[in-house]
Design a binder for this molecule. Structure first.
Ligand code: ADP
Length: 306
């Protein structure tokens, strides 16, 4: 089983011709609600590839929370450890996008920040019996770290995605991640190295290995990924296929969710092969608009991915 400990966010998206100035009211031409949050996104992608999944998270006792639980169930995710709290609202991302595709975003984590050690304890059975535990940083970082520690203590593989990045990440995150997977922005915030090409990513990889990571993946958008590990300290480039990208929002989460699936269900595959397959899944997600709505199902993918 793939267990994700992380966030749920309701995306409230308004499309306008331009972004409003302070104090200004403008008209938009379209509004929609989407399901987001890095934890849930990654879990949904894993589930759509056929993984048995549990999401450990917290939403509000409100209509967004109720809708989110329904969404998880529709995706076949176990909601046994989805808490609903009356003390905060479901996490939201209020997003305004102008006609050039530029956006302004306000995130209110709300209930996500109330996920706590008690919740992890209640879920300790599923965490400790998982094949892979996946964490990010859209919940209280100490809770993510505790989940990684619980998994580690039971010999469960840990996949950590330091997103959104924190400049002074607790160094224990490096030593408690079997796989540390970040994008270019996160890599720069963590190491101070701006990543514009493969060589920069390789420098990041070496630096993160020195900090105690066992295996580092830096995702490079259309360029695919860079991987480096303690076992194979020569960096490898794993390119992504050439596709026509329509909307790359949530591509990183599609990649992490897919990687969790391969780690859990094809543990004997070489890491490079798992990354190549995960690139394929994520590159399909960028060819449709939306976040979870663009994530492919197993039946829609080339069967040689399985
Ligand atoms: P994030 O969404 O976190 O910014 P990236 O942009 O690095 O992450 O994308 C994550 C993964 O999604 C890449 O490693 C790649 O597999 C896939 N991907 C992203 N953009 C493209 C693209 N334009 N063409 C093909 N694959 C892409």
């Amino acid at each position: 089983e793939v267990v994700v400990v992380g966030s749920c966010m309701t995306d409230l998206v308004s499309l306008t011709t331009r972004l409003p100035r302070a104090g200004e009211t403008i008209l938009g031409h379209k509004f929609f609600i989407g399901f987001g949050g890095k934890g849930a996104n990654q879990c949904v992608q894993s589930a759509r590839l056929g993984a048995k999944t549990s999401l450990i998270c917290k939403v509000g006792k409100d209509s967004f929370g109720n809708d989110y639980v329904e969404n998880l169930k529709k995706n076949g995710i176990s909601t046994a450890f989805v808490g609903q709290t009356a003390d905060a609202a479901t996490g939201t991302a209020s997003i305004i996008v102008n006609s050039e595709g530029q956006n302004v975003i306000v995130i209110v984590p709300g209930a996500n920040l109330l996920l706590n050690f008690e919740d992890l304890k209640r879920a300790s059975d599923v965490i400790c019996k998982a094949k892979v535990v996946v964490c990010q940083l859209e919940i209280t970082p100490a809770v993510s770290l505790e989940a990684l520690k619980m998994a580690r203590a039971s010999g469960v593989k840990t996949l950590f995605n330091p997103a959104p990045a924190l400049p002074d990440l607790d160094p224990q995150f490096y030593t408690h991640s079997d796989i540390f997977c970040c994008n270019e922005t996160e890599a720069e915030i963590l190491t101070g190295i701006p990543v514009g090409n493969l060589e920069d990513a390789e420098k990041v990889g070496h630096m993160l290995l020195e900090r105690g990571c066992k295996l580092v993946i830096v995702t490079l958008g259309a360029e695919g990924c860079m991987m480096i590990s303690v076992e194979e300290p020569i960096p490898k480039h794993v390119p992504a296929g050439k596709v026509r990208a329509v909307d790359t929002t949530g591509a990183g989460d599609s990649f992490v969710g897919a990687l969790a699936f391969y780690l859990a269900y094809y543990p004997k595959l070489p890491m490079e092969e798992m990354i190549r397959k995960s690139n394929c899944v994520a590159s399909v997600s960028v060819q449709a608009s939306g976040t979870q709505s663009s994530y492919p199902f197993r039946k829609d993918l080339p069967q040689d991915l399985f």
